[in-house]
Design a protein around this ligand. Structure first.
Ligand code: HEM
Length: 379
């Protein structure tokens, strides 16, 4: 189905987009990057050209071979071996957070007290962001998430746009400065390995480093935090599923995570640009046409998922597209977030067995992130 783009004063309007909503077509598009290109941007409508000039290109918006070069350099930090090495650190962070929750008293806001600090802490540790810059990273990533949302007035949208651009510029500069420091004095972190030549002699330029680290924090903090928060909400709303999970945590948690990601779909959509004439469901697409791939809808496709609206932690197979589909852009952080969710729920249910979400969560008003801005909990 085609959607035109409304004209907004002061902003460039694009030529609209075709919505692809079923599992089969979404998966086919993700697996066919020669026709469904991520370049110039997976955001539809695309950001203005000056944004690329200032921020550089991140790999999510590139096709091979440029994408492949960046992904190869970066993927070394995400191998199962590296992630296993992180297990201890993630567990230690989770327990420090739970200590603070216990000291604080019998409840609070799960997003700001648990999910966000864990998601942000893990990525900042991995990247090598010093403690003193972390609240700034979290603040700017929140402004970005807010920016993907819907604003009630034109002026407030513009104000938020300016605030977001400044915030993202500040983030990029911070990463570039850290890169320069680590070139002089390498440490045991991702920035050091990205700016110093690795075994293939490949390394990132300052611009690429800034763009990549900004992508990492924007792609990795809110999505993971929302996965954890929606996870607690769902396990509270479905006590029989929670009981089943706790009856054999090690056995059920892997499928529970996939079901949380399917059911919630923290990143609801992505976009692609058509490179050559192609047909989808009888609709002829021409070079330059934009398509939006709706993960959220594909994940509830009743031809693939039996009872798609049922939250079932034993669902297996579960070929959801919450992390994208197997292909060149499959989520780089999928195994990391699986680890974060396993650790936090294991430690929470162990140390605070009565923990549960209470009241109505506050939803982020966004057509991109299925996010919560507040989730009250008690234990
Ligand atoms: C539940 C949490 C998460 C969800 C639902 C999610 C979802 C996704 C999806 C759907 C894509 C594909 C986008 C596209 O094809 O246009 C993607 C790509 C990506 N994700 Fe995630 N993500 C999550 C967590 C993370 C984390 C924790 C990190 C970082 C540590 C991360 C880093 C990335 C990166 C770098 C890409 C781009 C990969 C590429 O273009 O090759 N994600 N993610």
């Amino acid at each position: 189905m085609y959607f035109g783009e409304p004209r907004v004063p002061g902003l460039r309007s694009g030529r609209g987009f075709y919505a692809i909503v079923r599992h089969k077509e979404v998966t086919e598009a993700l697996r066919n990057p020669e026709v469904f290109s991520s370049y110039p941007s997976v955001s539809i409508p695309p950001p203005p050209p000056w944004a690329k000039y200032i921020f550089g290109n991140s790999m999510v918006n590139l096709d091979d071979p440029q994408h492949g070069r960046l992904r190869r350099i970066i993927a070394r930090a995400f191998t199962p071996r590296m992630l296993n090495k992180m297990e201890e650190d993630v567990t230690a962070s989770a327990n420090r957070i739970i200590d603070r929750v216990i000291a604080h008293g019998p409840g609070g806001d799960f997003i700001s007290m648990v999910a966000n600090p864990l998601a942000a802490g893990v990525i900042c540790d991995m990247v090598g962001v010093p403690e003193k810059h972390r609240s700034l990273v979290i603040d700017r990533v929140h402004t970005w998430a807010d920016y993907t949302g819907v604003r009630p007035g034109f002026l407030s949208s513009v104000r938020l746009g300016v605030k977001n651009t400044r915030g993202m510029l500040g983030l990029r500069s911070m990463f570039v400065e850290l890169g320069k420091e680590r070139r002089r004095k390498p440490a045991d972190d991702l920035i050091s390995s990205l700016v110093n030549a690795n075994i293939d002699g490949e390394r990132l330029t300052n611009m690429e480093l800034g763009a990549f680290c900004t992508l990492l924090v924007t792609a990795g903090i809110n999505t993971a935090s929302n996965g954890m928060a929606h996870g607690l909400r769902l396990l509270t709303e479905h006590p029989e599923q929670r009981e089943l999970l706790l009856s054999d945590f090690a056995r059920h948690m892997p499928t529970a995570i996939e079901e949380i990601v399917r059911y919630v779909t923290p990143g609801m959509r992505t976009g692609r640009t058509i490179t050559r004439e192609h047909e989808v469901c009888g609709q002829r697409l021409l070079p330059g046409d934009k398509v939006v791939l709706y993960f959220l809808s594909a994940n509830r496709d009743e031809t693939v998922f039996a009872d798609p609206d049922t939250f079932d932690i034993t669902r297996d197979p579960n070929p959801h597209v919450g992390f994208g589909a197997p292909g060149i852009h499959f989520c780089l952080g999928a195994n990391l977030v699986r680890k974060e969710m396993t650790v936090i729920f294991r430690e929470l249910f162990d140390r605070l067995p009565g923990i549960r979400a209470v009241g109505e969560p506050r939803q982020l008003l966004s057509n991109f992130e299925n996010g919560l801005t507040e989730l009250r909990f008690e234990f």
